[in-house]
Design a protein around this ligand. Structure first.
Ligand SMILES: C[S@@+](CC[C@H](N)C(=O)[O-])C[C@H]1O[C@@H](n2cnc3c(N)ncnc32)[C@H](O)[C@@H]1O
Length: 333
């Protein structure tokens, strides 16, 4: 067939249609702890099958695909770790992304029911996911910690903290943002608000960072419980996408009331362009909210500015991060 625009379009279509294959190869290997099984040296498929408790034909075909994807290396009939796997895919690597990929393996099962979700408008419940992948608040918090480690320091560095003494981190999860902000500004006292099981994970991280004296934990629901008061800064990182427009309006009004005059509210999230179709990572993340939540979505900068307006906050700055993440800042008069 003659190569023309139709062919290029078809290739794009085919890569969208087959994207699930490579994702599932990675998730299955992580779920089997196959990368950990290679940590101390090369193994053949028989040996690997014994270690991870799987079928040797299954492991052979899986490992060949993993090697084809350059996630592991093939040497004769044996397999070994690639540098990429050693850095990101081992349980005990300092850069380990294992928790987030296990979380994604669970999401994959939920996404597999997208058809039902779109037909009914109802999210998939956790008890519909394979037992070993069912996440509780603490495993979700650990997964959040592996992604937060990349962006938390950059976020703290992007904000002027010179006159900031008190901060509230709403939905602060594993505490990684609170830790980075506290490290950046030695006079800062931070309060992290989240549910109690999540805050146990935050406590472990804050203790490790030696910051228990400056970071306080406040269990509660920011939509209904007291937020405290007199904060110079309030952060909401990756929280608004769980909620509807109306819930976010309420949340932002509550946050605005808890700020000192001149205080700043930082909303950090996956932000859509005004057309709501791009960046593609944000419109696909909105699907993630569709399969997981009753009312969540991704939003635009203008949506956030409208919430600020209803809370009498003045939009002051938009910081563009690694796409599709943006920080939108509002200031209290
Ligand atoms: C996606 S995680 C983000 C964690 C962290 N802020 C980050 O950016 O890595 C969202 C967190 O917000 C918390 N959260 C959601 N709604 C909340 C509410 N109404 N009150 C307190 N915490 C909330 C969740 O429990 C979860 O830990």
């Amino acid at each position: 067939m003659k190569k023309d625009k139709v062919d290029a379009g078809f290739e794009q279509l085919e890569s969208i249609a087959s994207g699930f294959r490579a994702s599932q190869v990675l998730f299955t290997a992580v779920r089997l702890r196959l990368f950990d099984a290679l940590k101390n040296g090369q193994k053949n498929a028989e040996q690997l099958a014994k270690i991870v408790g799987a079928d040797s034909r299954g492991i052979t075909i899986l490992c060949n695909a993993l090697a084809g994807l350059d996630l592991i290396k093939k040497h004769g009939n044996s397999y070994g770790l690639s540098l990429l796997a050693r850095k990101y895919l081992l349980t005990d690597s300092p850069y380990s992304q294992q928790a987030i990929w296990l979380h994604n393996a669970a999401l994959y099962e939920k996404w597999g029911k997208l058809f039902d979700v779109v037909k009914t408008g109802k999210p998939i419940q956790w008890d519909e996911v394979s037992k070993d992948l069912q996440a509780d608040e603490q495993s979700f918090a650990r997964a959040m910690a592996s992604t937060a480690s990349f962006l938390a320091r950059e976020t703290a560095e992007a904000i002027d903290l010179s006159n900031t003494k008190t901060m509230l981190d709403i939905g602060g999860g594993p505490g990684i943002y609170a830790i980075e902000f506290a490290k950046r500004q030695p006079e800062l006292k931070v309060t992290v608000m989240d549910n109690a099981p999540t805050l146990e994970v935050a406590r472990e991280n804050i203790k490790k960072a030696g910051l228990l004296d400056r970071i306080e934990l406040k269990p509660g629901n920011a939509l209904t419980d007291d937020l405290g008061a007199s904060y110079d800064l309030i952060l909401m990182s990756n929280v608004i996408h769980q909620y509807s427009n109306e819930e976010n309006t309420k949340l932002i009004k509550r946050a605005a009331r808890a700020l000192n005059s001149g205080g700043k509210l930082l909303i950090k999230d996956f932000i859509l362009n005004p057309c709501r179709t791009k960046p593609i990572k944000a419109s696909l993340f909105a699907i993630n909210m569709l399969v997981n939540t009753e009312k969540g979505n991704c939003y635009t900068v203008d949506d956030i500015k409208a919430w600020f307006k209803s809370a009498a906050l003045k939009p002051s700055r938009v910081i563009i991060f690694q796409s599709p993440t943006k920080i939108v800042i509002g200031r209290k008069k």
